[in-house]
Design a protein around this ligand. Structure first.
Ligand SMILES: *[C@@H]1O[C@H](CO)[C@@H](O)[C@H](O)[C@H]1NC(C)=O
Ligand SMILES: *[C@@H]1O[C@H](CO)[C@@H](O)[C@H](O)[C@H]1NC(C)=O
Ligand SMILES: *[C@@H]1O[C@H](CO)[C@@H](O)[C@H](O)[C@H]1NC(C)=O
Ligand SMILES: *[C@@H]1O[C@H](CO)[C@@H](O)[C@H](O)[C@H]1NC(C)=O
Ligand SMILES: *[C@@H]1O[C@H](CO)[C@@H](O)[C@H](O)[C@H]1NC(C)=O
Ligand SMILES: *[C@@H]1O[C@H](CO)[C@@H](O)[C@H](O)[C@H]1NC(C)=O
Ligand SMILES: *[C@@H]1O[C@H](CO)[C@@H](O)[C@H](O)[C@H]1NC(C)=O
Length: 455
């Protein structure tokens, strides 16, 4: 186990359900770094997650309408430790901008006969041992805040005050069920606490391994039950240290409500968010106006419409969004094919067939390590004129000592269906060493190349 995470919380409002004037600082560690995995092992695991995510999202016939957010694969990248209850109990969460709910597996898991919960590093949170645990009734306003919860079917029933607020929600990785409660959350060494509504989860049916021994999730999406929304924060920022450096030594940082200022001299680029559709769960995501991609100096011949937010069937939307919970970037197939062939053209004779051993990274484009310096940067072009330069190390990875491969994938493929197969997701490998500020008050994403370990 790595050294404990530090979470610093500063609260300047009273302990009301929705607080304003709050600033949280969370330290995050990449889950594989915690376990001391080698570079090759980390890549294999991340690729496995991306692969499982595609399978998961395609196999949920009629179930999950979300394209890809947190799923067996897009899962556990960066996790934070926190304390819940009084006296405090330890818990760990995966940080996910692609979902909303804050949840942790509860001691009630033991009562469930149908399904069970997954193993986790810390003991299950037990609300009966906490003086601050409160149940939320189905008639409470908090129960009507998100699609993750089920309010009473009607309020005339005299029993609704005692009927718990049911939590039932699905991800690409599977489903969770439990009840909504409120608790005090303590972030790090600070004694300041935040009262938050959260899912006390009694049953999880998830892709094995998707929790990576964490006890739950902290959602940072646009929905009302996310950490950001509950705190009334108008912004958050994070800076992810590279996968392949020792992220246990150099932890990543997430700031909610008090973003870090600009880091260093690198220019800051701002891109307006595309307004999310109101349909659930697409209202959760942070959509971006991607208009095109260049490989080095060459602009790919891909119609802008391939990236646009658009309704693909009633209630179903495709587009481009940014996700802290997905490992690798997935492009709509037309863009992926154009990217692959242009890179192959530019790299020419340097392109090699990966060794069978490396097959599990599933990359279609590799070069010998010695030729990795030939890989050109990508440029993501956004509406409004903002460009994001993606250095080779943010979309290309050493799969072993001899070989480096592209780690951008197609969101299409034989088993993927709408809307996943028409959606582009900017994963967190592409976000490494970038300081990203989600300015929700102004509807703008600002980013800047940065050395995240110096934060
Ligand atoms: C409301 O009704 C639906 C459908 O009949 C049911 O599945 C759900 O559990 C009910 N909710 C509550 C809080 O009783
Ligand atoms: C509301 O609750 C009452 C009392 O439990 C019940 O008789 C009635 O059928 C319920 N109505 C709906 C629409 O569920
Ligand atoms: C989870 O914990 C088990 C037992 O402690 C350990 O063997 C396993 O490697 C861990 N897995 C992950 C993904 O962290
Ligand atoms: C941690 O960050 C420092 C400062 O940026 C850097 O010099 C060092 O190499 C990093 N350590 C690891 C293990 O990546
Ligand atoms: C972020 O939010 C806090 C609290 O709402 C506010 O004081 C601060 O000015 C905001 N910062 C930016 C850069 O938007
Ligand atoms: C697609 O699904 C079929 C049937 O479930 C399976 O055999 C096949 O391996 C899948 N293909 C891919 C590329 O995942
Ligand atoms: C996505 O999947 C749907 C349904 O399976 C299919 O009709 C559509 O052609 C696919 N789109 C692409 C771009 O592959």
């Amino acid at each position: 186990m790595a050294r404990p995470f530090l979470l610093v919380a500063l609260l300047c409002a009273s302990l009301t359900f929705i607080t304003t004037c709050v600033a949280l600082h969370l330290e995050l560690t990449h889950v594989d770094a915690k376990e001391g995995c080698t570079v090759g092992e980390r890549l294999r695991r991340a690729t496995e997650r991306t692969r499982r995510r595609r399978l998961a999202s395609s196999s949920m016939a009629g179930g999950v309408t979300a394209p890809v957010h947190w799923a067996g694969t897009s899962s556990p990248q960066y996790i934070a430790e926190y304390l819940i209850g009084e006296p405090p109990q330890r818990a760990e969460a995966i940080i996910d901008t692609g979902s909303n709910l804050i949840w942790t597996q509860c001691s009630t898991c033991h009562l469930s006969r149908v399904t069970s919960c997954f193993p986790q590093n810390f003991p299950l949170y037990d609300p009966s041992l906490s003086s601050t645990a409160r149940a939320v009734a189905c008639s409470d306003a908090a129960c009507a805040l998100g699609s993750e919860t089920q309010p009473c079917n009607n309020t005339s029933s005299s029993s609704s005050n005692n009927t718990p607020c049911v939590v039932l929600t699905s991800y690409g990785a599977g489903e969770i069920a439990g009840v909504l409660g409120t608790e005090t959350f303590t972030f790090g060494s600070s004694n300041e606490v935040s009262p938050l509504a959260f899912g006390c989860i009694a049953a999880t049916k998830l892709t094995p391994g998707s929790l990576n021994n964490a006890s739950g999730l902290i959602g940072l999406g646009r929905g009302k039950l996310s950490l950001v929304s509950q705190l009334g924060a108008t912004n958050f920022s994070y800076c992810l240290t590279p996968y392949l450096s020792d992220a246990t030594v150099n932890t990543s940082h997430l700031f909610v409500g008090s973003p870090a200022g600009p880091m260093g001299e690198a220019p800051v680029t701002s891109v307006p968010f595309v307004e999310s559709p109101s349909d659930d769960p697409f209202n959760t995501f942070y959509f971006l106006p991607l208009t095109g991609i260049s490989v080095g100096q060459v602009k790919l011949d891909v119609p802008t419409a391939a990236f646009d937010l658009r309704q693909v069937s009633p209630g179903m939307w495709a587009g481009t969004f940014i996700d802290s919970g997905s490992p690798f970037t997935s492009l709509v197939d037309v863009a992926y094919q154009a990217l692959r062939s242009e890179l192959a053209r530019q790299l020419g004779a340097s392109v090699i067939v990966p060794l069978p051993n490396d097959a599990d990274v599933e990359s279609e484009l590799c070069v010998a390590s010695g030729d990795a310096s030939l890989v050109p940067p990508l440029v993501l072009h956004f509406g409004g004129g903002g460009d994001a330069v993606v250095p080779p190390e943010n979309y290309w990875a050493p799969v072993d000592t001899d070989t480096a491969c592209m780690v951008v994938y197609s969101s299409g493929g034989p088993n993927t269906t709408l809307p996943s197969n028409e959606t582009t997701v900017i994963g967190n490998y592409m976000q490494q060493n970038t300081h990203l500020l989600y300015d929700l008050a102004n509807g703008v994403l600002s980013f800047q190349p940065a050395d995240c370990s110096s934060m």
